[in-house]
Design a protein around this ligand. Structure first.
Ligand SMILES: [Mg+2]
Length: 168
């Protein structure tokens, strides 16, 4: 079960502050895109996410996008916000996380995986030995059916995890 329990579970990336990251000695983030930084059906990031990314950059937090989306779809988003990317990342396999760590020269011990899906982002982060931050999905009703069908099981898994509460 610990493989499916995030270290931190929050409402959105906006709650991931430099102070919070410092508390856990996190210096770098691997970032999911769909339903984490943008609505699934949108081509552009949520304004709050763009603002948050700027805050992270100012705090000199290392950033790398890690998406299961195809590279041709993720590249324009990554270029717009000037953040490197690994895509497709093949989450929940840890291979994409490991590629990102190596490419970016991030230390596994000070890097967190941030995403909205238990059976993709969280599991990949755990299998790669990373700190994990789960956030609630932005507008989950817009997602593909194969993502939506996993949500009830996610809710079950997360049943005891209250938003904002810290798990160890
Ligand atoms: Mg996602």
């Amino acid at each position: 079960m610990s493989l499916l329990t995030p270290d931190i579970y929050l409402q959105s990336v906006a709650e991931v502050s430099p102070e919070l990251l410092q508390k856990y000695s996190i210096r770098s983030l691997l970032l999911d895109v769909d339903s984490t930084l943008k609505r699934y059906k949108s081509d552009s990031l949520e304004p709050e996410a763009v603002h948050w990314l700027e805050t992270m950059k100012r705090a000199e937090i290392g950033l790398c996008i890690l998406s299961n989306g195809k590279a041709h779809r993720i590249r324009p988003i990554a270029e717009l916000i000037q953040v490197p990317f690994v895509a497709p990342a093949l989450k929940p396999l840890p291979v994409g996380c490991k590629t990102a760590l190596t490419t970016m020269n991030f230390d596994r011990k000070t890097t967190a995986m941030v995403g909205d899906q238990v059976f993709a982002d969280l599991l990949a982060g755990k299998l790669a030995g990373l700190f994990t931050i789960l956030v609630k999905p932005i507008h989950p009703e817009e997602e593909h059916w194969y993502t939506r069908i996993k949500r009830p099981l996610e809710s079950f898994v997360l049943g005891q995890v209250k938003t904002g509460k810290l798990r160890s």
